[in-house]
Ligand binder design. Structure first.
Ligand SMILES: *Cc1c(COP(=O)(O)O)cnc(C)c1O
Length: 220
């Protein structure tokens, strides 16, 4: 089946339960164009350079999602156009995003990346550190950022009980943080679920999925 056919099947399965970000990393603009033609405008990339290379080749209507780790020195390149940054996980990065958003006279929507997986990772705020992070975020007042929710990745494993438990933890943090909503903090988006675990993520309350291989086939 073509990528567009796979996409249609996936969208039918998701229904109105969640919004889909089609993860286009490693795939060429030629492969991506047919998806855009069907109306799939939310596209996700995990590298700044790759996003910058593809952007001019594709429709200006595309909503670009930065789903991978973002280095502070690269923020300026995507600040003029990025739709949603899923990987906010440090105050240093928040300061940089806010500054470049203001330079571009915009407010950039971001998700707080939370680390719930078993594998150690340098990226993502730990569940116990979330409140401290938000205390400092709100005290510092970054006018160029609006936090719109949470992003997380589960452990890469066939152990569905473990994955479910991690998604539940993310959902419980998401629900709890609704109590702290403010001008610069809203809990509207829970971004979790990839090709191997999106059905579990949907069952556990994801409102946004990030799926690549299921649409395009395995990456090289
Ligand atoms: C690559 C990637 C995805 C999509 O992965 P698939 O297994 O191809 O669906 C989702 N989220 C992030 C952060 C990624 O880097």
């Amino acid at each position: 089946m073509s990528a567009a056919e796979n996409l249609k099947k996936l969208l039918d399965e998701i229904g109105n339960r969640a919004r889909l970000v089609a993860v286009t990393k490693t795939h060429s603009p030629e492969l991506i164009k047919p998806l855009i033609a069907t109306g799939q405008l939310d596209l996700g990339e995990n590298k700044v350079q790759e996003m910058l290379d593809k952007m001019p080749e594709l429709s200006p209507e595309v909503k670009w999602h930065m789903i991978g780790h973002l280095q502070t020195n690269k923020v300026k390149f995507i600040a003029p156009f990025v739709h949603l940054i899923h990987s906010l996980d440090s105050l240093k990065l928040a300061a940089e995003i806010s500054q470049h958003a203001q330079k571009n006279k915009r407010v950039i929507d971001c998700l707080l990346q939370i680390h719930v997986a078993e594998e150690p990772s340098k990226f993502g705020v730990g569940p116990e550190e979330v409140d401290k992070f938000l205390d400092e975020f709100q005290a510092k007042n970054f006018p160029g950022i609006r936090i719109c929710g949470i992003m997380t990745m589960a452990t890469f494993t066939d152990d569905t009980a473990r994955v479910r438990k991690e998604f539940r933890l993310a959902k419980s943090i998401f629900d709890r943080l609704k109590n702290r909503e403010a001008d610069t903090l809203r809990m509207d988006i829970l971004s979790m679920g990839m090709t191997q675990d999106y059905t579990l993520a949907l069952e556990e309350g994801a409102t946004m999925l990030r799926v690549g291989s299921k649409i395009f086939g395995a990456r090289n």
